[in-house]
Design a protein around this ligand. Structure first.
Ligand code: FAD
Length: 396
């Protein structure tokens, strides 16, 4: 499979596989149990250049393509889907949003230190009114009229922001410009900004290597150059960054299922039941065969979609098709594979049930499957692959 990969892509995949085996796997259970990613691992990922993988070379990255990013995500997810899931936000979603929306000054200010891992980023859209339901979002940016410096103020709160050790937050929110027009923009909030708060860690089912929680803005001052892109449309006009991230997210699900499959295959090969090899039980071998086929199908769909995306030939809503099929398939496969471990799969000590929990989180993070089905259905029925309300921008 993937026999079309270039030598560079293969080399990168091999490098990621070694990193995953030597550095991620030994701490993967610890990440899940202690619900945090060790600083040392973040540092090693930075040394390897992972945070700058998808950032253009002129801004301190290595300018790899999305196929390479997916290969790396898959390899790391085989060891720790939780760590890999957090990485895609920092490798793909945030830097690509800045590259699409940012001015030259903003790109030079933000991207090199993000690519080196010195100052990581987070992306925040979800609100209590629903993550995708942006019409119901309440966090608002309005012009600061207290002086003539051209600044803004942000007030409100967000939910489920995956942070890792992020210091720079890209926040999607309702906006108002100086002419009174309203829209949905993207602003930069720094962890040190006065009035910005991050809630304490909240325990969760999967993706436990990172804090995913509420953040709040109490009249936080924003300089004019903290507005990323058009103040009225920046929040939804960086779709290529969202799509690329969605596909890298799918690669995490493929790696997650493959990681559990590899461990389960070894377990089945060495386990004896009723005085014979467990693998001789035909239903067990059939389950393995079925899981193998489903993972292969998910991987084929993923890389086919990624290549079409990169070539500019991806059909509308195909990234949503990919997200639902790949993530839900990976979860189903993980549930079934875990069953082959019997009671050992339920025990945390074997370090396998985390795959199923991370696979579940993957089906909600980056949009619940039903939200993606709604987009696919919109495309099929109305030729519109979007849920963004057309009246979100109102001219003043
Ligand atoms: C581990 C993790 C990490 C996350 N990280 C981030 C992050 O970094 N930044 C960020 O902004 N958000 C993040 N999220 C939030 C995530 O994007 C949302 O949880 C997800 O999009 C679902 O939105 P919601 O929780 O608001 O559910 P709701 O929108 O309240 O939906 C609830 C349920 O309703 C159904 N539903 C929703 N929409 C539709 C629809 N259109 N049609 C039919 N049924 C529908 C689905 O079953 C859905 O699960 C993260 C979530 C998780 C679990």
């Amino acid at each position: 499979m993937l026999d079309w990969l270039s030598d560079d892509q293969r080399a990168l995949r091999d490098m990621a596989a070694v990193f995953a085996r030597k550095e991620v796997e030994p701490v993967a259970n610890q990440i899940d149990a202690e619900e945090r990613t060790p600083d040392e691992l973040v540092r090693k990922a930075a040394e390897l250049g992972l945070y700058g993988l998808y950032t253009s070379e002129e801004y301190g990255g290595s300018g790899a393509d999305l196929v390479s990013v997916c290969l790396v995500s898959e390899e790391i997810a085989k060891a720790s889907p939780s760590f890999a899931g957090m990485l895609t936000v920092q490798i793909v979603l945030c830097p690509r949003t800045v590259e699409i929306l940012g001015t030259e000054e903003q790109k030079r200010r933000i991207l090199p230190i993000a690519a080196s891992g010195e100052r990581l980023m987070a992306y925040s859209q979800s609100e209590p009114g629903g993550a995708a339901n942006i019409a119901a979002h309440l966090t608002k940016v309005i012009p600061d009229e207290s002086n003539d410096l051209g600044g803004y103020r942000i007030d409100g709160s967000k939910l489920f922001c995956t942070q890792g050790s992020a210091r720079t937050y890209l926040v999607m929110c309702k906006t108002k410009d100086r002419e009174g027009s309203e829209g949905y923009g993207c602003v930069i909030v720094e962890a040190e900004d006065e009035g910005f708060k991050v809630a304490p860690y909240e325990h969760k089912l999967g993706w436990r290597g990172t804090n995913t929680g509420p953040i709040a803005f109490d009249n936080v001052y924003l300089e004019a150059d903290d507005i990323l892109g058009d103040i009225l449309t920046g929040g939804f006009s960086h779709r290529a960054a969202n799509t690329a991230n969605l596909l890298a997210h799918c690669a995490v699900s493929v790696g997650c299922a493959q990681g559990l499959f590899d461990k389960t295959l070894e377990q089945v090969k060495q386990r004896r039941l009723y005085g014979r090899e467990m693998s001789e039980l035909q239903p067990v071998s059939f389950w393995l065969a079925e899981a193998h086929g489903k993972i292969a199908a998910a991987r084929a769909l993923l890389y086919d979609t990624v290549r079409a995306f990169e070539a500019g030939t991806m059909q509308p809503a195909m990234s949503n098709v990919c997200k639902t099929f790949v993530c839900e398939t990976a979860f189903d496969v993980c549930v079934k594979l875990l069953q082959l471990w019997g009671g050992s799969g339920i025990m945390d000590s074997t370090g396998v049930n985390r795959y199923m929990r991370d696979a579940r989180a993957q089906c909600v993070a980056e949009g619940a499957s039903e939200m993606h089905y709604a987009i696919i259905a919109n495309q099929l029925l109305h030729g519109q692959p979007t849920l963004v309300p057309s009246n979100i921008v109102k001219k003043g």
